[in-house]
Design a protein around this ligand. Structure first.
Ligand SMILES: C[S@@+](CC[C@H](N)C(=O)[O-])C[C@H]1O[C@@H](n2cnc3c(N)ncnc32)[C@H](O)[C@@H]1O
Length: 209
């Protein structure tokens, strides 16, 4: 997907207001500026920011149903969590990120964009108190066989998991077949024909009823 295609894709959705688009452009500027101080995104992706980071995040909404709250694991500079929060100001979004400087950046962006729906847990996920969420996202955080044991305590049966993956989605799913059950599916990413998103619900360790 080219940058122009990404902007057209957002425009065609019908749920990206002028104000939201301005906020997404401001996010781009803030990431670009802070990228001089800390390594938030690969420099090579700055020119394709909307395709590689914004649309890559926004598309998760199309698989997540109508969640009333959302947790994003290992948010880094805010993908996909901050983008979800910008797109859906009525949904409380908890961003979990362990690196201090990234946490500071997330808080700075939330303040700058007046995102009252954003909370940041500046800690390792392992230490965040358990609480069930309607939607769980994690991009480039951990493979499924590490992610599910770590994050399952933030789910309930109808929680939707939306997990952008590269080319390895099928292999990651295969690796959890013996230990986890649920309704898992692999959907194509709109940004990259080689990439996929693992979408799941009713995820639980095998052997539990
Ligand atoms: C590869 S980055 C991906 C960032 C972002 N999701 C993205 O796609 O651009 C992984 C992030 O997870 C954070 N992280 C790694 N292990 C973590 C843990 N146990 N708890 C919370 N954050 C963690 C790292 O600090 C890093 O910012």
């Amino acid at each position: 997907m080219t940058e122009q295609e990404a902007l057209d894709w957002l425009d065609a959705r019908g749920d990206v207001s002028r104000e939201t688009l301005v906020a997404l452009h401001t996010l781009r500027d803030l990431v670009a500026t802070e990228n001089e101080n800390q390594n938030l995104i690969a420099r090579s992706t700055l020119d394709q920011f909307f395709a590689r980071h914004i649309v890559d995040s926004v598309q998760l909404l199309d698989h997540a149903g109508t969640p009333k709250n959302w947790i994003d694991l290992g948010s880094g500079p805010g993908f996909p969590g901050l983008v979800i929060a910008i797109m859906r100001p009525a949904i409380p979004v908890l961003l979990v990120e362990s690196r201090r400087r990234r946490v500071d950046f997330l808080l700075h962006v939330a303040k700058r964009l007046n995102l009252a729906n954003v909370s940041v847990a500046g800690a390792r996920l392992e230490t965040v108190p358990s609480e069930p969420f309607d939607a769980i996202s994690a991009r480039a955080f951990a493979p499924l066989d590490r992610l599910l044991p770590l994050a399952h305590r933030f789910s309930k049966p109808d929680t939707v998991w939306v997990l952008p993956k590269g080319r390895g989605a099928a292999n990651e799913l295969e690796a959890v077949q013996t230990s986890w059950q649920g309704k898992f599916r692999i959907v194509p990413s709109v940004t990259d024909p080689e990439a996929a998103i693992i979408v799941a619900d009713h995820v639980q360790p095998k052997g539990r009823r």
